[in-house]
Structures are given as structure tokens and as C-alpha cells.
Design a protein. Structure first.
Length: 133
């Protein structure tokens, strides 16, 4: 099994010509790649992720890791996904004190096109710990 948190938006492509297209009946809930909980028995999933991520067709557009993961889960491992609650990958909303993991977005899939968030990330982590950065 592979445990992940649903994303705040479903990014499954509607484009049937896309190599990562899945028909609606072949889709699991779209998950965010920020948190993945897996046991050693999940290695075949990660091998498939690696195999697909090395194919040029999967290296276009945003969300490279998420589109590979969501495609592979839907196409090859539909029964392996376990959905975690949003407290395991808090994105945008929810009371901070009720979360296990805070999500720091990396630029909506377009890495390198957003301003560096290192200082913001450090300040938020320090605030959670009751410290100053």
C-alpha cells in the first residue's frame, strides 16, 4: 500500500492524446506528492514511478512527479492507494495546531518560476516550534 493525501485540485488531464491520460473510470482521487508513506513492499510502485519519469513524454508541462505518480497508481496500482486525511499534508487551510505536516508549495508545479521560499519556510517552521528564525 501507498498512503498519500488528496490534492486540493484534481489535475488529471482531460486531453485524451496525452500519454498520462486516464479515463474517468480509471482514476483514483488525485493525490499530492508532498507526503508519501510506504513500506518496503511498495518498491514496485517506486520502480514504476522511476521508469515513467525517465520517459520524455512525462517530462513536459507542470507537476512532473504528481502526474507520474497519479498515472502509475491509476494505471497499474489502483488497489494500492490509501488516502490520508488533510492533517497529514496541510495545504492552504485548516487550523495549524491540528496538523501533523505543514505543506510548503514549491511553485504550483513550475519549479524555479516562483520566488525562493526558503526564508518564508524557515519562518513558518520556527513559528510552529515557538522560536525565531
Amino acid at each position: 500500500k501507498l498512503a498519500m493525501v488528496p490534492d486540493i485540485q484534481d489535475y488529471h488531464t482531460p486531453d485524451q492524446s496525452s500519454p498520462w491520460y486516464l479515463p474517468p473510470e480509471g482514476r483514483n482521487p488525485y493525490v499530492n506528492s508532498g507526503v508519501i508513506a510506504a513500506a518496503a513492499a511498495a518498491r514496485p510502485l517506486f520502480r514504476k514511478f522511476r521508469e515513467l519519469s525517465s520517459q520524455p513524454a512525462f517530462l513536459t508541462g507542470p507537476f512532473h512527479d504528481q502526474k507520474v505518480i497519479n498515472y502509475a497508481i491509476g494505471k497499474f496500482f489502483r488497489d494500492r492507494l490509501v488516502l490520508l486525511g488533510p492533517a497529514y499534508n496541510r495545504i492552504l487551510s485548516g487550523p495549524r495546531e491540528k496538523n501533523f505536516i505543514e505543506h510548503f508549495a514549491g511553485g504550483a508545479g513550475y519549479l524555479g518560476e516562483m520566488a525562493d521560499r526558503r526564508e518564508s519556510h524557515a519562518a513558518k517552521c520556527a513559528a510552529v516550534l515557538g522560536e525565531t528564525p
